[in-house]
Design a binder for this molecule. Sequence first.
Ligand code: KIV
Ligand code: ZN
Length: 523
Amino acid sequence: MKNDRVIIFDTTLRDGEQCPGASMNLREKLEIARQLARLKVDVIEAGFPVISDGDFEAVRTIAKEIKGPIIAGLARCVTKDIDAAGEAVKPAGKRGRIHVFLATSKIHREFKLGKAQDEIIRLAVEGVKRAKSWVHDVEFSPEDGSRTEPEFLIEVCKAVVAAGATVVNIPDTVGWAVPDQYAALIKQLREAVPAFQNGKAIISVHCHNDLGLAVANSLAAVRAGARQVECTVNGIGERAGNASLEEIVMALHTRADFFGGIECGVVTKEIVKSSRLVSRMSGLIVQRSKAIVGENAFAHSSGIHQDGILKKRETYEIMDPQEVGWGLTELPLTKHSGRAAMAVRLKHLGFKMTEADVAGIFARFKEIGDKKKFVYDDDLTALVEGQITEVSETWSLEYIHVTSGNQTVPTATVRLKKAGAKKGEPDVLQDAGTGDGPVDAALKAIDRLTNTRGKLMDYQLRAVSQGKDALGEVTLKADFGNGEIITGKGASTDVIEASARAYLNAVNRHINSGKAKLKPAQP
Ligand code: KIV
Ligand code: ZN
């Protein structure tokens, strides 16, 4: 590898998905992986195969379907983890990577693992060797690396490289590092481990954002010699998240003068599309002022700035918004657009849909086309999301009627269709509920009909596209009493209907998770 190129290792589907409420189904992960391939990241960490059948299946499917990037699976230094990761990445052939990790810091050794330094080295070496029996490409991470004693960290690096690791990642697991100190550590490792100088292995960095320094730390590490950066789209991840991919890439790109022309292979025009897709699929909304991908990232409100921009864009804009994919949307569709035109648009947006998917999306497209003048790409993406979000739709919305006002008790009548109803059981059920407001009333009616009782933990409504007739998209999180927070999403021109669809989406996910404990219907 050229020494002036940095490898972009995307962990949106692994560390990103560890963000509470962000869990995604197989279809959603596959769509994201396809987009990451178009974005041309070098490595996709597709999951942690041993933790669930769903994770295993996701990594295996991505390894089979996605061409281009390396596909990595995470594993602890434990045989069953490594074997599961090896099996899962197998379909990727030579592009399969196993990423093994083991904590090395004093606090983790003493309080979490109860192991001495020599035992840690032995386990790390064994883990790398086991992974090596599956794949050529093995990465090792000393977890909590930034808080590990540097001398011990050097020993670990030498040992795992001798065992066959070609990438050694130094995670700032708890977001404790600061740029100068982290860069000094990377430099120290580079100087002390010959394999990092002769190209036998590279240093990777993986920074969490607890102090808001994940991107700064990653970039400082690149200047100090790191040649792989682990990051996520929109910076999603555990707690305060991981280093944000778009910020790393655009900093290297925009400030090539400072970073000495170190390149990465990311196609920057795909950034905004990737951001929106991840936001939709994960249910994690991007803050408006988020760098690069936030709605306001290129919005200039002050007159002085606007005037400057009109005279010369570079006066107030350090990046061209089009360079990251803003403003590249094409002519919107209308209700007169046919199924073929819609299918072409879906393909252009990068979605790989079955005939059945296209039929389902087209039915909703027609409903929406009747209510609003233009159907934009974002509207269409919201419909795709609605279509692929379910593993199987146990309950679907047939009808909703709501009465509300400041002098009436908000009441909702809801009719649902149940898939796979047993013989003699009605497959269409109708009930009504009252509540504090129309949304509450609709959700209560759904609870009664589906025999579930979800507690709403979070509720967000946003307009998908422009105009008063814009689609409203509701993203909510609900707790159905089994300790798991489930995200639900729904879109409609009617915000009450969007809320009902989002809640039903969460109910269906809950049922599909197999953890649903059906409670008696509410009185
Ligand atoms: O933050 C961390 O330490 C990790 C490792 C598994 C790389 O995510
Ligand atoms: Zn992490």
